[in-house]
Write a protein that binds this ligand. Structure first.
Ligand SMILES: NC(=O)c1ccc[n+]([C@@H]2O[C@H](COP(=O)([O-])OP(=O)(O)OC[C@H]3O[C@@H](n4cnc5c(N)ncnc54)[C@H](OP(=O)(O)O)[C@@H]3O)[C@@H](O)[C@H]2O)c1
Length: 361
C-alpha cells in the first residue's frame, strides 16, 4: 500500500468520528510496516484516546520499531485530555510519520512535527492536504478564531424562492436532498433557525432520515414570542434547544417556564453584535459548527456580517409563484457588498434537484 492510499484510508477512518468528536478534530491513523497495514485506529469520541494511540493499541503485540504511521493531522505535542501523541510515536521508535495537514491549534501548530524531527523521525507533510483540510474545516475555523464554522443551507426553487406564498416550505426539495440535510445535521454541532421558520414550520430539526446523532437546535426569538407548544420545546431533545433572546425577555414568565422545562437560553445584550453571540455559542456550548437552515431574514443577517463560510444549496426544478425570496442580499455595508462572493466547489444531482456546495472565494 502506498502512503497516499494509506492517507485515503486514514481520512475514511477519521470520518467515522463525525458527530462524536467535536470540538476535537476528526483523525484517523494507519500503521504500515514494509508497505503492509499493521494496524489502524481513529478518534472515536470527544475526550477519548487519539487516533495514533488507538492504532498502536490495536496492534499491542506487534513490534513497532521501524514502522511508518500515516495520519491526516499533525500529531499533538501538548497534554490536553490525552497525553501528547508525538511523545508516544517517539517512544515506540516509529521510523517515519506522514502527515496530511499541520494542526491549526495554536498550541500545537508545527510543534508536533518539530518534536518528531528532533527525535530523528522522518516526517513528510501535506499528503492529500486539500482533502485533509476539507475534512477538518470546522475544527480549523473554531480553533483558530474562537468562532463556529457557519454553513447556510437552503432549498430553493428555480426562481430563487425558499417558501410558497403561504409560507410553507416543506416540499420544495426532494427526499434525497432532505436526507443530505439530515446528514449535515449529524455532522454539525448545531442547527439554527429564525423565529418565523420556527413558527411557520414547527420543525423538529433532528436526524431522522439517516442514522446519526442530534445536534443542538438554536432559535433566534428576541422577545420570546414563540408558543410553548412547539416541538422544539416539548420533545425528548428539548435540553438541546437553545433560545437566543434579549435581556428584557429574561424577566418574562415565559423565560422561567422555558428554562424550568430544561430549554437552554443565551441572552443577548442590546450592544451585542451577531459575532459576539456566535462566539458565546462556541465558548459556552462548545458549538464549533452551525448549519443555518434559514429563513431568509436570518441568512441575510449572516451575509450582512460576512459570517457565512459555506453554502449548501438545493435547487429544485420548479417555479414558485409569489414565493419568499432566499438570500435577499439587501445589506448596505460596503464590506458585505464587496466580500460576499462564493465559488462552487461541488455540484451534483440529488434526485431531481441540483446540489451545490459553495465556499467563500
Ligand atoms: N426552503 C428552505 O430551505 C427554508 C428553510 C427555512 C425556512 N424557510 C421558510 O422561510 C420562512 C421564514 O423565513 P423569514 O425570512 O420570514 O424569517 P426567519 O429568518 O425564519 O426569522 C426571522 C426572525 O428571526 C429573528 N431573527 C433572525 N435573525 C436574527 C438575528 N440575526 N438577530 C436577531 N433576531 C433574528 C427575528 O425575529 P425577532 O426579532 O422577533 O426575534 C426575525 O424577524 C418560512 O416560510 C419558512 O418555511 C425555508
Amino acid at each position: 500500500m502506498t502512503n497516499q492510499d494509506a492517507m485515503r484510508l486514514a481520512i475514511e477512518l477519521a470520518k467515522k468520528g463525525t458527530g462524536y468528536v467535536s470540538p476535537n478534530p476528526l483523525v484517523g491513523a494507519v500503521i504500515l510496516k514494509d508497505g503492509c497495514i499493521l494496524s489502524t485506529g481513529y478518534h472515536q469520541n470527544y475526550g477519548n484516546i487519539h487516533a495514533e494511540k488507538a492504532a498502536i493499541n490495536n496492534c499491542s503485540d506487534a513490534d513497532l520499531i521501524g514502522s511508518d504511521i500515516v495520519v491526516n493531522l499533525e500529531p499533538c505535542s501538548h497534554t490536553g485530555k490525552q497525553p501528547p501523541c508525538s511523545d508516544l510515536l517517539i517512544e515506540k521508535k516509529i521510523k517515519s510519520v506522514v502527515i496530511g495537514m499541520s494542526d491549526p491549534n495554536p498550541l500545537v501548530s508545527g510543534n508536533g512535527i518539530m518534536k518528531l524531527r528532533q527525535a530523528g523521525i522522518d516526517v513528510t507533510t501535506s499528503m492529500l492536504e486539500e482533502e485533509c483540510k476539507w475534512l477538518n474545516r470546522f475544527f480549523s475555523k473554531h480553533i483558530s478564531s474562537g468562532m463556529p464554522y457557519v454553513i447556510a443551507k437552503a432549498a430553493i426553487s428555480l426562481n430563487g424562492c425558499i417558501a410558497y406564498e403561504d409560507g410553507n416550505s416543506k416540499w420544495i426539495s426532494s427526499e434525497e436532498s432532505r436526507s443530505t440535510v439530515h446528514q449535515l445535521r449529524h455532522e454539525t454541532d448545531a442547527v439554527m433557525i429564525g423565529k418565523h421558520t420556527a413558527l411557520i414550520d414547527n420543525p423538529e430539526l433532528t436526524v431522522r432520515l439517516i442514522t446519526g446523532r442530534n445536534p443542538y437546535r438554536i432559535v433566534f426569538d428576541n422577545n420570546l414570542e414563540l408558543p410553548l407548544n412547539l416541538k422544539l420545546f416539548n420533545d425528548d431533545n428539548k435540553a438541546k434547544t437553545i433560545i437566543i433572546c434579549s435581556e428584557q425577555s429574561a424577566s418574562k414568565d415565559k423565560y422561567k417556564i422555558l428554562t424550568d422545562s430544561g430549554v437552554q437560553t443565551l441572552i443577548r445584550k442590546t450592544s451585542d453584535k451577531l459575532e459576539d453571540t456566535f462566539r458565546e455559542l462556541y465558548s459556552r456550548f462548545s458549538i464549533g459548527s452551525i448549519l443555518v437552515e434559514g429563513g431568509s431574514i436570518l441568512h441575510n443577517a449572516l451575509l450582512a456580517n460576512n459570517m457565512i463560510d459555506e453554502i449548501q444549496l438545493f435547487v429544485a426544478p420548479k417555479i414558485i409563484a409569489n414565493g419568499l425570496a432566499s438570500f435577499m442580499g439587501n445589506f448596505t455595508s460596503k464590506k458585505a457588498i464587496n466580500e460576499n462572493a462564493f465559488k462552487v466547489i461541488a455540484n451534483k444531482m440529488s434526485g431531481p434537484d441540483i446540489h451545490l456546495i459553495l465556499v467563500r472565494s
